[in-house]
Design a protein around this ligand. Sequence first.
Ligand code: CIR
Length: 261
Amino acid sequence: MNFTRAIVRPPARSFAAGLSSAGEGPPDVDRALEQHAAYVRALRDCGLQITQLQPDEAYPDGTFVEDTAIVTGRGAVLTRPGAPSRAGEVRGMAQYVRKFFAEPNVIEAPGSVDGGDICEADGHFLIGVSARTNLQGAQQLSEHLARMGYTASVIDITANPALLHLKSGIAYLGDGVWVADQAVEQDLRSQRAIEVRDLILVPAAEAYAANCVRVNQVVFVAAGYPQIRAALQSRGCRVVSLDVSEFKKMDGGLSCLSLRF
Ligand code: CIR
């Protein structure tokens, strides 16, 4: 898929009050803003037009915009995030999603979905059932996607608490190429509806780097993970390394910082 647009929201001054299990201490907000600006520049360098929302002090996790909507080539779904402190983020995002997608579908209670649990691979959507995305949410999302002509299947990651979201542990790079954490490798390989032609297994020491993102002709990878970088380059990928250390402190990564479509 060729992306032409992205929606982003820089972190608010309240960023450090967001949810985190990383145990790495509070993020430096000024540094996070610089890292976010570099991320946005990298998206622009890929030819994307950027819609940049204002930081919102009321939502310290609001910079992780990916969790609030699923945007596809055929329509959008506004999510219902699984963390109560993040529920209100969707309202702020909805008006922007509606600028680009007429009548987005919505996830309703008791369903919950975080966009970080959704991974698209050539028209098939893997839906992670996690501490944030429940079965009812996965079911509702599957039905919305089916009406758009997509297929979907579920991967249950609840037995892997180290993975906040499905995409904390996998990334699809196109052409049957996957990056995966060992914890989800077998689940991924057992999926019938996807092609796993090449799987880059992420070493435990570089687990965070599993959350990489293909943006048109390049792959964004977190800086500081040389094995993943080398594995991608050896396959001919053009890698863009981005320092997201301050977002890692808040359990976030490269994919969660934008909605790409
Ligand atoms: C949270 O716990 O919701 C945020 N601190 C991090 C969300 C990261 N989102 C993502 O990976 N899609």
